[in-house]
Write a protein that binds this ligand. Structure first.
Ligand SMILES: Nc1ncnc2c1ncn2[C@@H]1O[C@H](COP(=O)(O)OP(=O)(O)OP(=O)(O)O)[C@@H](O)[C@H]1O
Ligand SMILES: [Mg+2]
Length: 234
């Protein structure tokens, strides 16, 4: 469903992403791992159409994201690591606005359902400027879900979420997966990658140093993900 082919991104003389290729299947939860500066955020920004690759191609359901950015963006929801949120909208107004932009019908019930699920019901009619960091993160997660994209991209989604919200987020990801959504998560939390992801891909200095199904890591290497990670990047 997503195919990255020989993608490189240079910032002047810095090669942030160095000739990487990988695929994400339909209904796959895919973890992009790697130390600080490895190239994870640069990679997902290229997929989301916020950065142009220096070379290489990115296809989403066969559509070239560079040549047909609007078509591709319609199929993707991307929650960045440092998101912008409209401070003067209420939570409900923000979710309605996103639903309207993306042509989602009958969204009122889903707004109520998602705000209840993520424990935001009491605050859904308050201005976003009054939300805590975790509350903003949850409203952004809800805005990604409400769009029903084919591919959801989350850059460090659980930073700032309390343990109950993290659990709820993970449970919801399984539900999305069952409905056919593909999910790409950049994370430093190896335990989350190991428990909820189908596949892990490890970047180091802009290169892919490992890409395998989680269930095969132990069989292949007789190692858990943490041991593997330290071996790869240290
Ligand atoms: N706009 C930019 N201009 C110049 N260099 C950049 C730019 N954006 C990223 N880089 C460089 O590209 C490399 C990869 O950065 P990136 O943000 O993709 O890493 P990351 O894997 O997301 O790291 P982290 O885990 O810290 O979020 C880093 O060396 C970074 O300094
Ligand atoms: Mg990053």
């Amino acid at each position: 469903m997503l195919e990255i082919v020989n993608v490189t991104k240079k910032f002047e003389d810095k090669i942030a992403v160095n000739n990487i290729s990988f695929k994400i299947e339909e209904s796959e939860i895919f973890a992009l791992l790697g130390p600080n500066g490895a190239g994870k955020t640069t990679t997902v920004k290229m997929i989301a159409g916020l950065l142009l690759p220096t070379s290489g191609n990115i296809y989403l359901s066969g559509i070239d994201v560079v040549k047909k950015p609007l078509e591709a963006k319609r199929m993707i929801s991307y929650i960045p690591d440092e998101p912008f949120i409209y401070p003067n909208l209420t939570g409900r107004e923000f979710l309605s606005f996103i639903s309207e932009i993306y042509g989602i019908d009958n969204y009122d019930d889903q707004i109520s359902e998602l705000s209840e699920y993520f424990g935001l019901s009491q605050d859904i009619d308050k201005l976003l400027v009054t939300y805590s960091h975790g509350m903003k993160q949850k409203i952004l997660i809800a805005s990604a879900i409400i769009r029903k994209p084919k591919l959801m991209i989350f850059d460090e989604p659980t930073v700032g979420l309390d343990p109950i919200s993290v659990k709820k987020f993970k449970v919801y990801l399984q539900r999305l997966k069952e409905n056919g959504t593909s999910i790409l998560i950049c994370t430093h939390i190896l335990e989350m990658a190991e428990k909820i992801c189908d596949r892990v891909c490890v970047l180091n200095n802009g290169k892919i140093v490992y890409n395998n199904l989680v269930k095969n890591i132990y069989l292949d290497l007789n190692k858990n993900l943490e041991d593997l990670f330290f071996n790869l990047v240290e």
